[in-house]
Design a protein around this ligand. Structure first.
Ligand SMILES: [Zn+2]
Ligand SMILES: [Zn+2]
Length: 188
């Protein structure tokens, strides 16, 4: 077996190279790279990229569109679909994922130490925006509500993230649960 001691990306296995390329694409452009782009970035054949994407979907490293397996919809904390949050950096705009993912993003973005996170209260539509950085949690008395218990999070992870939202207050959480006929999840 020949093995190179240095750890350049070329030494990583193909699955890991595709995973990193998905993350780099999201970080750089705010959207999910497609198969052709991933093939160019990893120097793998498009069919090999497709195979690695399916493996990453199976291991919960990415989420593929159920209708179109060539399309990445999430690579936590990045999302390619609207889930109630937007994030604006100095150069790039991202879909924010959920209340959890949105606040995680500045930790992954080397060139964006802080971002503007914007959302609306699902109960009363009040806009909420804050600048989120790496040093400390943003100030504010909003309430994060997690509808789906973590043990069930991967049953339908897009729905799980879509229901991890920020509310004005516990009253707004209760109003929304009443409006939508759902049981209370977790709050923080
Ligand atoms: Zn999430
Ligand atoms: Zn509200």
């Amino acid at each position: 077996m020949t093995e190179n001691a240095s750890t350049t990306p070329m030494n990583l296995d193909d699955t890991e190279r595709v995973r990193l390329a998905v993350y780099h694409g999201f970080a750089r452009t705010g959207r999910a790279p497609g198969v052709a782009e991933l093939a160019a970035l990893t120097v793998l054949a498009p069919d090999q990229v497709r195979q690695e994407l399916r493996a990453l979907h199976a291991s919960h490293d990415v989420v593929l569109d159920p209708q179109d397996h060539d399309r990445v919809v999430m690579a936590h904390p990045f999302a390619a679909v609207p889930l109630g949050f937007s994030l604006m950096g100095a150069h790039t705009l991202w879909w924010g994922g959920c209340a959890w993912d949105s606040f995680a993003l500045p930790h992954l973005l080397r060139d964006e130490p802080d971002v503007l996170v914007a959302t609306r209260c699902p109960a009363c539509d009040t806009p909420h925006a804050c600048v989120v950085g790496r040093e400390e949690p943003p100030k504010g008395d909003q309430v994060a509500h997690f509808l789906t218990p973590m043990s069930r999070a991967w049953d339908d992870v897009v729905r799980t993230c879509g229901n991890q939202r920020l509310f004005c207050s516990t009253d707004c959480v209760d109003t929304w649960l009443r409006q939508t006929g759902q049981e209370r999840g977790y709050r923080d």
